[in-house]
Design a protein around this ligand. Sequence first.
Ligand SMILES: Nc1ncnc2c1ncn2[C@@H]1O[C@H](COP(=O)(O)OP(=O)(O)O)[C@@H](O)[C@H]1O
Ligand SMILES: Nc1ccn([C@@H]2O[C@H](COP(=O)(O)O)[C@@H](O)[C@H]2O)c(=O)n1
Length: 530
Amino acid sequence: WSLQVPHNDLTAFYMEQQQEEGGSGDDSLDGLSNAVPRCPLTPSLSPRKRTTSQSKTEPPLLRTNKRTIYTAGRPPWYNVTGTTFKEAFVIGLCGGSASGKTTVANKIIEALDVPWVVLLSMDSFYKVKPAQELAAKNEYNFDHPDAFDFELLVTVLRKLKKGKSVKVPVYDFTSHCRRKEWKTVYGANVVIFEGILAFANKELLKLLDMKVFVDTDSDIRLIRRLKRDISQRGRNIGGIIKQYNKFVKPAFEQYIEPTVQSADIVVPRGGENFVALDLIVQHVHSQLEKREITVRSALASAHQGQPLPKTLSVMECTPQVHGMHTIIRNKDTNRDEFIFYSKRLMRLLIEHALSFLPLKPVSVETPQGGIYDGRRLSGKRITGVSILRAGETMEQALMAVCKDIRLGKILIQTNHDTGEPELHYLRLPKDISEDYVILMDSTVSTGAAALMAVRVLLDHDVAEDKIFLSSLLMAEMGVHSVAYAFPKVRIITTAVDKEVNDQFHIIPGIGEIGTSAPTDWCESDDGMDF
Ligand SMILES: Nc1ncnc2c1ncn2[C@@H]1O[C@H](COP(=O)(O)OP(=O)(O)O)[C@@H](O)[C@H]1O
Ligand SMILES: Nc1ccn([C@@H]2O[C@H](COP(=O)(O)O)[C@@H](O)[C@H]2O)c(=O)n1
């Protein structure tokens, strides 16, 4: 499995933080890592186009730069309705065993230089029974189409193409079976799917946008297979040759070689063929550039002038709340005071958000032996998910009011070239699908990041009506975007401001919460009670 995310300082910072902290208290969290190495095979993508054309008739503060962007971060992106906007580009790599499919796939990934590329291997979909028993006697044909679970494979690839996260089996060539734990894989820009029978199934073929056949001489394949199977798959020479003559060679001739006819490109010599690799990479780049979209600017104009949605709950502006807003919105407020009063408001906000969780009646016995008719959370449990970086500042408030709460993190960063949000890092607690999720971001302006975060939660099967987006301050635009795309998501905030400027800042707005170091928000809680 190869999951590629763009390497940048912030991602690295959070990865290191997580490691130092030993994770978020759950060792089965899904994390994404690995920097994409740069490869000189092809020139990198053309600089992202950025055009600024603002009409004079547009209102001064709601105007947005009209930008043409190259999709980055974690497309397939989602449009203003929260549905998948563009599908992933799927490359199919077929060829005989040890022809160099994996090597070619890795070279394409390096040369593509695109964030979020997933490598899916057909090997993960080997059936386990009756293979395991027969394989021990070298009597099982792993090269026959019946050896693969095509149904699961098609389901998984179809979901990945739609940008959904999937669970994939992990195959062990030594024991001929699947490992207990399956791997979670997230949607990507590009999916590279490789396997000996990658072109042998009609449904699979329909999912492939580009079909590449790696054509390597059979003697070379046999020599490579001998070396690899001895060093990596726990085999001996006699067994390898027996299996090769009995199954691998005949199956190649009958099932694999003929599928070369489905290929768009045939690559002789595999990974050494730089000209062919260059052509493939150029084609993928051109296809990805066709998938340009502008999320923020689309959101900016989508719901102007509409009444605020019923799913929005703005906390009552008591004199206390009003006073705190005055402090945190004042540009002359010093850092300490800003943090102190923001934290105090966050605590109130979280309490307010929790008041929307459904409670069921329950009777308890008091120490005096009386019966008290009480209320208890109806449902499994509450999980907090912060949209990094700013949302992380709200975690402390949530932890202060919910005992032993589980926390997840989603790092969404604005691309400075495009102004678009990009998903860079994701870490969610295990089995989140039954939970009520308090999704935290300190401010929501256009709603693009919040939309993406909600989408990620839905991809993890969290129910839409169990998501409570909680934000200190929101712009009307952000409220509309989220409410329109996800009408069942509850939106909770302490105030809604009217406008967003052309840098997507909320106006009148507050200071930049995300620019403070996360540790500034983790000091002692002394004096925070109200
Ligand atoms: N061009 C090459 N030159 C030398 N060895 C190679 C080359 N391409 C692949 N190999 C080696 O051959 C073996 C099989 O390659 P791999 O890419 O895993 O093939 P496949 O995925 O088709 O089975 C690996 O050990 C790999 O390192
Ligand atoms: N338990 C298994 C499963 C598969 N094989 C052989 O692996 C080959 C496919 O993998 P490549 O990386 O070479 O594409 C295939 O030819 C099977 O014979 C195996 O030996 N044992």
